[in-house]
Design a protein around this ligand. Structure first.
Ligand code: HEM
Length: 215
């Protein structure tokens, strides 16, 4: 069947990795925008979370889509990593000579696995966290803890490294490679991960440093 042939072909796998990566990236943008309300006040963040949860069907479908995207992206990533280890000759073409030596490109499977671990810890802590406690309180209590906050900061550094290669690789997959745009693309591969690192990483720092004590 054409679908099986597509999924098992090298270009098919690459397109699936690129498309799921792009959708996860878009999720990260919406999540960053929602979490940015933490910098305003606990009331603003709480009312954002309450508004979100006043649409349970949308939240359920959204969560399901995110879950499937994570499973496909991580599952295929692990499969490709194992396939490449078994037979380095059939290496699927995410790496070109230009980037194959960069730290980010060489560590993609490891940074990906770490992010998966982070997401599991994160979802169990927040989405399935204590009931009858406002989410703004849960976020404050958890991220004020030294080790939990440190784990978050380390995770965001690793996420930034993963994104810096993943974003570039995704654009190559979709054919965005033109001398006119390559300088801009090269800059974006640093600017976007740095932006996420500052926005997400600032949150545990805000609570750990005591600046968010009155949150
Ligand atoms: C300090 C930074 C972050 C904060 C404060 C934060 C906060 C939250 C909160 C409060 C929820 C639960 C939402 C709810 O059910 O009410 C949540 C869910 C989630 N977060 Fe984060 N988050 C952060 C960073 C991240 C990052 C970097 C990722 C991805 C790598 C991520 C992935 C997720 C996922 C997958 C869910 C579950 C979404 C769903 O099921 O709809 N989060 N986050």
């Amino acid at each position: 069947m054409w679908f099986i042939r597509f999924v098992t072909s090298s270009i098919g796998k690459k397109l699936i990795m690129g498309t799921t990566g792009l959708l996860l990236f878009l999720f990260l943008c919406t999540h960053a925008a929602g979490n940015a309300t933490i910098y305003m006040s606990s009331e603003v963040f709480q009312s954002y979370a309450d508004e979100l949860h006043s649409h349970p069907l949308i939240v359920m479908v959204f969560s399901l889509v995110i879950f499937v995207l994570f499973v496909v992206h991580a599952g295929l990533g692990i499969f490709l990593f194992l396939e490449n280890r078994r037979d380095p000759g059939c290496r699927y073409a995410v790496n070109t000579r230009v980037v194959s030596n960069s730290l980010a490109s060489r560590t993609m499977p490891y940074s990906g696995l770490f992010i998966l671990l982070f997401v599991l810890v994160h979802v169990f802590g927040f989405t399935f966290g204590p009931e009858h406690v406002p989410i703004s309180e849960t976020v404050k209590v958890m991220l004020s803890g030294f080790f939990y906050g440190l784990f978050y900061i380390i995770s965001f550094i690793i996420l930034a490294i993963h994104l810096s290669h993943g974003f570039w690789s995704m654009l190559q997959t979709f054919g965005l490679n033109h001398p006119r745009y390559n300088v801009l693309i090269a800059r974006l591969t640093y600017i976007l991960p740095a932006f996420f690192l500052l926005l997400f990483g600032g949150i545990p720092l805000y609570f750990m440093s005591g600046a968010g004590a009155s949150f």
